[in-house]
Design a binder for this molecule. Structure first.
Ligand SMILES: NC(=O)c1ccc[n+]([C@@H]2O[C@H](COP(=O)([O-])OP(=O)(O)OC[C@H]3O[C@@H](n4cnc5c(N)ncnc54)[C@H](OP(=O)(O)O)[C@@H]3O)[C@@H](O)[C@H]2O)c1
Length: 281
């Protein structure tokens, strides 16, 4: 029997947890599939995706830095992918790629479901304007936050993200150098990849108030610097991106296979597997 083929594309991708997560979900439902990690540099991504389709690849996840390129390669995109301008989940349908973005739903599921947080009426600071930030921004607005302030190292990308959101009354972009003047936030989301290889993270303590929750979309060592700053700054709660990773994968799995997998067991297994993940929670 030929197994149905799925994959995650990224650059780098060797340490991705997605193959283990999808294999665990498939075991829950007795679905036979192959899910591999494929490294594709941005310049090679279109060709790699074509080769995967030619080898009867049915669906794939896409991670950094390829999500905006994935959106451009899709013949059709869901509403949430169009709002994000970025795709993390592609499905091969009648010879074409259909794109979706499950990152935002994954984050909101983790924060409201697993963590029991009420996101409504929160003032939110989003650091970063890459593919992940584009995915989570619309979902945070839909979850009822009061205001979204987007700050990015390259300010033009923050402006473009906010323009694409089309909610000028609730979403604004600001300069990184002006963080001190932005007031305080009930939710601070790090959607940058700056923590990869960084020893520390620095931002004004004035961003934090007595209700602040800090969320890093990264997990493991890449989340240590930001979450250490958040704890030192007095955040009430700190959350890494492992739960979001599992929840966005569950959304993708449901799109492909039509069944919603249980996530708690898979999350607990991954959390227990790695000591860096434990300290990052
Ligand atoms: N937990 C999950 O399920 C999940 C899902 C998605 C992503 N993520 C994580 O989220 C992170 C971002 O992913 P992505 O897809 O958005 O990547 P991306 O498209 O490559 O964007 C990277 C972002 O990080 C910023 N950045 C990079 N280095 C920086 C530095 N030294 N200082 C300040 N900003 C810096 C970039 O700013 P510029 O625009 O100025 O370059 C950009 O905003 C990744 O580490 C990824 O692993 C986690």
């Amino acid at each position: 029997m030929t197994l149905a083929r799925y994959a995650v594309f990224g650059h780098p991708i060797a340490h991705s947890l997605s193959p283990a997560i999808h294999a665990a979900f498939a075991r829950q439902h007795g679905i036979a599939l192959e899910y591999t990690a494929i490294d594709a540099a941005p310049a090679d991504f279109a060709a790699a995706l074509e080769r995967f389709a030619a080898a009867r690849g049915r669906g794939c996840n896409v991670t950094l830095p390829l999500k905006e390129a994935a959106f451009a390669l899709c013949a059709q995109a869901s509403g949430r992918a169009r709002r994000a301008g970025a795709c993390n989940t592609l499905t091969h349908v009648d010879g074409q790629w259909h794109g979706d973005n499950t990152d935002g739903a994954g984050l909101v599921h983790d924060l409201t479901g697993r963590r029991g947080l009420d996101l409504r009426a929160r003032r939110v600071l989003l650091l970063g304007a890459g593919g992940a930030a584009r995915g989570v921004a619309p979902a945070l607005l839909d979850a009822g936050i009061d205001e979204l302030v987007v700050v990015n190292r390259t300010p033009e990308r923050a402006d473009a993200l906010v323009d694409a959101l089309g909610e000028p009354a609730r979403a604004h972009s600001r300069y990184w150098d002006d963080l001190r003047e932005l007031g305080d936030f009930e939710l601070i989301v790090n959607a940058t990849s700056a923590g990869r290889g960084a020893d520390d993270f620095s931002a004004p303590l004035s961003l934090v108030n007595s209700r602040s929750v800090a969320v890093d979309l990264n997990y493991g060592e890449a989340a240590i610097a930001f979450l250490a700053w958040a704890r030192a700054a007095g955040c009430l709660e700190t959350v890494d991106g492992l739960g979001m990773l599992v929840e966005q994968a569950a959304e993708a799995f449901e799109l492909w296979h039509g069944v919603r997998p249980q996530t708690d067991e898979v999350y607990a297994e991954l959390r227990g597997r790695d000591k860096t993940l434990v300290t990052a929670d």
